[in-house]
Design a protein around this ligand. Structure first.
Ligand code: CP
Length: 275
């Protein structure tokens, strides 16, 4: 499998590499910064050349929303699996799958049930607007039966038009009341580059109102879990002490990444799967 990572990654790339090796395959990571992409080679030409060099499928992370779908349309070869490892602010499907798997495991729930997360309320907190992790979770978690709430600064919430695509998802400006009630909170990375674009007045104000500080984490129920997809900005959207607290599932999410990606790769190679 060729890994085409046009954006940086630690967790996703390394867990896909581990998963491929565990399944008996060979991961081949193209170093984009020293490749002919820098000379202007297109995504589809790059992929065609890697196929000629022996690749049999692609795992792609790209800053452009829809890049993996575009590659699938360019290649038009259902025998070549293409897995989206994050495309712009659009989607990060394997992250949402590993988040759901972490929650199921933490609650001892079976994935065999039709709606295994029914009765659970999950708050997604922070920069929803620019988050592919949020979008994939807004699609997946309600399908598993969960009630999903979102909270963040107005400038970092999805528009009403976009939210209409996720029926049942409730949007709230401030999180404190919600934190007392939810079964889990998923904190998102504040994309610091957004601050310069005027999305938030200051990091200090963001932390004051939306950061999962030690004080704010005490609002959570004793049995509520804390998730974060990583990488985090400790001291901004979440405190270091909260990240390493008893209720934090952050490193369990990372561990679950390998198992989840093994499952996705096995599915992608199963007879009858489509790219
Ligand atoms: N959660 C996530 O996608 O992390 P990386 O960017 O390190 O892969």
């Amino acid at each position: 499998m060729s890994l085409l990572f046009y954006e940086n990654s630690t967790r996703t790339r390394l867990s896909f590499e581990s998963a491929i090796r565990a399944l008996g395959g060979t991961p081949q990571s193209l170093a984009i910064s020293s490749s002919s992409v820098q000379k202007g080679e297109t995504l589809s030409d790059t992929a065609l050349n890697l196929l000629a060099l022996g690749a049999s499928g692609f795992i792609i992370r790209h800053p452009s929303p829809g890049a993996s779908l575009q590659l699938a349309h360019s290649l038009r070869n259902p025998a070549v699996p293409i897995i989206n490892a994050g495309d712009g602010s659009h989607a990060h499907p394997t992250q949402a799958l590993l988040d759901a798997a972490t929650l199921l495991q933490s609650w001892g729930l079976s994935a065999e049930k039709e709606l295994p997360l029914q009765g659970k309320t999950i708050l997604i907190l922070g920069d929803i607007r620019h988050s592919r992790v949020a979008r994939s979770n807004l699609e997946l978690l309600p399908r598993l039966g969960a009630q999903v709430l979102i909270s963040g600064p107005g400038s970092l919430l999805p528009s009403a038009l976009e939210l209409a695509a996720f029926p049942g998802v409730q949007s709230h400006s401030f999180p404190d009341r919600l934190l007392r009630e939810v079964d889990a909170v998923m904190v998102l990375r504040l994309q610091l580059e957004r601050q310069e674009s005027g999305f938030i007045p200051s990091l200090a104000e963001y932390r004051h109102f939306w950061g999962l500080t030690q004080e704010r984490a005490q609002l959570l129920r004793e049995d509520a879990w804390i998730l974060h997809p990583g990488p985090a900005n400790p001291g901004v959207e979440i405190d270091l002490e909260v990240m390493s607290s008893r209720r934090s599932k952050i490193l369990d999410q990372v561990r679950m990444g390998v198992a989840t990606r093994k499952a996705v790769l096995s599915w992608a190679w199963a007879p009858g799967s489509e790219t």
